[in-house]
Design a binder for this molecule. Structure first.
Ligand code: ATP
Length: 200
C-alpha cells in the first residue's frame, strides 16, 4: 500500500487539499479525526483517562453526558508535565493503531495520511512520500482567524509549537504552494495524483 503523508501548519489548507484528492477517489485517513474518535463518549480509552484524572487529580473531566470537557484536560496538562506525558502515552499508541487499521482498510490505488504533526510525531515513517501544504505565516494567521475567530495570540502559540516552515519544507518530497486562490489547487492536485498513481 502506497501511503502519501500530507502535512502543513495550522490553517495551511490540508483539509482543502485532501478534499480534492477525495474527489479523485483517494481514501484520506485524518489523524485529527482519529484523535477525537479514540476518545469518543463511552470509548474504553476515555474511561481509562477519566478514571486516571479522577483518582490521581480528583478531577472530573467528563460532563453529565459523558463527553470530554477539553478545557479541563487542557488546563491540567498545561500545568503538569507528568499528566501530559501520561496522557500522550495513552493517546499516541491508540491513535497509531487506528491509523494503521484505517490505512490497511483503504481500497484506493494509494491512500493519504493527513496530520498536522505528521513529522513531529514520526508518522512520516508510515509514508512513502511527504506532501507539504505551504503558506506564509501571515496567511496562516489570517485564514485561521477567519475560520475559527480565535485570538491571534492563540494561533501564534500553536504556530510556535509546530515545526518551523523551513524545517517542514526541508523534509518535504512534494510541496503545494497554497498562497494563491483555491482554484489554483486543482491542477496541482491532478499533477500529483498522476505522479502518485504511477507509484502504486
Ligand atoms: P488545520 O490544521 O488548522 O485543521 P488545514 O491545514 O486543514 O487547517 P484548511 O481548513 O483546509 O486548513 O484551511 C484553512 C482555512 O483557509 C479554511 O477556512 C479554508 O477554507 C481556507 N483556505 C484554504 N485554502 C485557501 C485559499 N487558497 N484561499 C483562501 N482560503 C483558503
Amino acid at each position: 500500500m502506497i501511503v502519501i503523508g500530507i502535512t502543513g501548519g495550522i490553517g495551511s489548507g490540508k483539509t482543502t487539499v485532501t478534499n480534492l484528492f477525495q474527489e479523485l477517489g483517494i481514501a484520506v485517513v485524518d489523524a485529527d479525526v482519529i484523535a477525537r474518535e479514540v476518545i469518543a463518549p463511552g470509548s474504553p480509552l476515555l474511561t481509562t483517562i477519566a478514571d486516571h484524572f479522577a483518582d490521581h487529580y480528583n478531577l472530573d473531566i467528563l460532563d453529565a453526558s459523558g463527553q470530554l470537557v477539553r478545557a479541563r484536560l487542557r488546563e491540567i496538562i498545561f500545568a503538569d508535565s507528568a499528566a501530559k506525558e501520561w496522557l500522550n502515552a495513552q493517546m499516541h499508541p491508540a491513535i497509531r493503531d487506528e491509523i494503521l487499521h484505517q490505512l490497511e482498510a483503504a481500497t484506493s490505488p494509494y491512500v493519504m495520511l493527513s496530520a498536522p504533526l505528521l513529522l513531529e510525531n514520526g508518522l512520516d515513517k508510515l509514508c512513502q512520500r511527504v506532501l507539504v501544504v505551504d503558506i506564509p505565516e501571515a496567511l496562516q494567521l489570517k485564514r485561521t482567524q477567519q475560520r475559527d475567530s480565535v485570538a491571534q495570540s492563540q494561533i501564534e502559540a500553536i504556530i510556535a509549537a509546530q515545526m518551523s516552515r523551513e524545517e517542514r519544507l526541508k523534509r518535504a518530497d512534494d510541496v503545494i504552494d497554497n498562497s494563491g486562490d483555491t482554484s489554483a489547487l486543482a491542477p496541482k492536485v491532478q499533477q500529483l495524483h498522476a505522479q502518485y498513481l504511477a507509484l502504486s
